[in-house]
Design a protein around this ligand. Structure first.
Ligand SMILES: Cc1cc2nc3c(=O)[nH]c(=O)nc-3n(C[C@H](O)[C@H](O)[C@H](O)COP(=O)(O)OP(=O)(O)OC[C@H]3O[C@@H](n4cnc5c(N)ncnc54)[C@H](O)[C@@H]3O)c2cc1C
Length: 469
């Protein structure tokens, strides 16, 4: 193996090959602490050519290669669990190469953070719409590899909708250049779709061409109280009818979760003093030139209409930018707040939007029957049918007793997801965490086709083995 490491060092320079176990730790552990990885090296190439050479070297020595971006993934896909594995970090390939405000495109290296891309778009008076709480660390390559979702999918779609072209290093080390700037191109198979959401198992994304949108000129936000997810569903439909694409956020939260945030997160006061069991955060945004004047009254009018029809129990509008930011602060603090409430068991699932109320009711009842006192905290992107079905341990109980029930709770929630023809991996992906579940939940023909694709592209199983499949 010394010979292999020596060759890696020759390829990209000794300073860019980590082998010290202590120094490698930040790249072997993920932030939730669910996976503690092992590897013989972490490498930091600086160019497409270097990535290609590393892949070829790994094939020659039969070394597993694990692509990594910002290491913010929530399903362990970026973690090497093999002691002979090599983690390939894209961190040094982080340049925004071009912003074309006329064509509404941005060309970028895969290791640029989402934050840097959003900032580059903004400086050209454009919007890159993907929005995640991890934007300061996660990278465009990771966003593409996971087909990331987030809070703006309702209006702009998930990452897939923002990708026009890619440069990918295939598992045999060849450079695949499909860096299209075109919005229409039906000349043959749309190969980029193979790599978007493939979680580093079919190739390493090194560059991308992304689409930009007009930058919103105005935002309006409201925090609402509703009696039930059924009422939230009616509210969603009304807001979609009123605002169409200008409805950019519709997030459902249970009162128990909002209270957890108020209890544990500094400066996160609950916007409404109300006994309603559910809260909804709505945001509209518009790039129309008149929006600065019209958007807020339009939202106010829609909220009043919903109130008059008894869909809403209470609501408050954000009357300042600080208040709007405060609403976001509460919503984005959900996961952090839950950490302070002891153990939690989490599920990132989706069902058809219309099934959300029934799914939440049935899943909550089922987990409470399984573990007395368990506290369901289902929240998330209601407009996309994506619920983070998280369960906090009972107030008085032993954390390890609760977490010991993880498998049983997962089985119960995922069985219900299957009954509703939903997905066990709505936006975070499969990674290592849900690999076994994928095999159990996909139609056999779809799963077999995935295996055939993997076999065709990566017959030696070098690229992120044991992730996804
Ligand atoms: C606080 C927080 C909030 C989050 N919110 C959301 C959310 O709202 N929606 C959402 O979808 N996700 C969310 N995530 C999850 C995570 O941020 C996303 O999955 C993100 O897209 C991962 O990007 P990354 O660069 O960190 O990738 P990594 O974690 O490094 O890797 C993720 C996967 O992509 C692969 N990969 C990484 N880079 C490449 C590349 N260049 N080529 C090929 N494969 C690659 C890895 O092998 C791995 O399988 C959140 C995470 C955190 C910590």
């Amino acid at each position: 193996m010394q010979e292999f490491i020596q060759k890696l060092q020759d390829l990209i320079g000794i300073a860019h090959v980590l082998t010290d176990q202590q120094a490698m730790q930040p790249f072997l552990r993920e932030w939730r602490g669910l996976f503690a990885g092992k590897a013989q090296a972490v490498v930091f190439p600086a160019s497409t050519q270097e990535v290609s050479s590393i892949v070829k070297l790994c094939i020659a020595y039969a070394i597993p290669l694990i692509p990594q971006g910002g290491n913010t993934g929530l399903v362990g896909g970026q973690i090497s669990e093999l002691s002979n594995g090599v983690v390939l970090s894209l961190k040094r390939m982080n340049r925004v190469l071009d912003v074309d405000a006329q064509n509404n495109t941005l060309t970028v290296e895969a290791g640029a953070t989402l934050h840097a891309v959003r900032a580059a778009a903004e400086s050209a008076d454009r919007l890159f719409p993907l929005s995640l709480a991890s934007e300061g660390s996660c990278t465009i390559g990771g966003n593409i590899a996971t087909n990331a979702g987030g809070t703006a999918v309702l209006a702009y779609g998930s990452m897939r909708a923002s990708v026009l072209g890619l440069e990918v290093i295939l598992p045999n080390g060849e450079i695949l250049n499909i860096m299209s700037h075109l919005r229409k191109d039906n000349a043959g198979y749309d190969l980029k779709q193979l790599f978007i959401g493939s979680e580093g198992t079919l190739g390493i994304v090194t560059k991308a061409v992304l689409t930009l949108a007009p930058r919103p000129k105005a935002w309006a936000a409201a925090w609402c109280a509703v009696a039930s997810p059924e009422a939230a569903l009616i509210l969603l439909k009304q807001m979609q009818n009123n605002f169409a694409q200008e409805l950019t956020t519709f997030e459902l939260m249970p009162k128990i979760g909002v209270e957890m945030v108020a209890r544990h997160i500094p400066n996160a006061k609950t916007p409404l003093q109300n006994d309603s069991a559910w809260h909804v955060f709505i945001e509209t945004s518009s790039s129309r030139s008149a929006a600065q004047i019209t958007l807020m009254p339009e939202l106010e009018q829609a909220i009043t209409a919903a109130f008059d029809k008894n869909i809403l129990q209470d609501a408050v509008l954000a009357h300042s930018e600080a208040q709007r930011v405060h609403f976001w602060h509460i919503r984005e603090s959900f996961s952090e707040a839950q950490k302070h409430e002891g153990g939690s068991i989490k599920h990132d699932v989706s069902v058809a939007v219309a099934h959300i109320p029934a799914f939440i009711a049935e899943a909550s009842a089922a987990v409470c029957a399984l573990f007395e006192g368990a506290r369901p905290v289902p929240f998330g992107h209601m407009g996309d049918g994506n619920i983070h079905f998280n369960i906090s341990q009972p107030v008085i109980s032993n954390t390890s007793d609760f977490l010991a029930q993880r498998e049983a709770v997962n089985a119960c929630v995922h069985a219900l997801v299957r009954r509703y023809h939903g997905s066990i991996a709505a936006e975070h992906g499969v990674g290592r965490l849900k690999r076994a579940l994928l095999a159990q939940t996909k139609y056999a023909s779809a799963y077999a086709l995935m295996q055939q694709l993997k076999q065709a592209l990566d017959p030696q199983n070098t690229m992120n083995p044991h992730a996804v499949l």
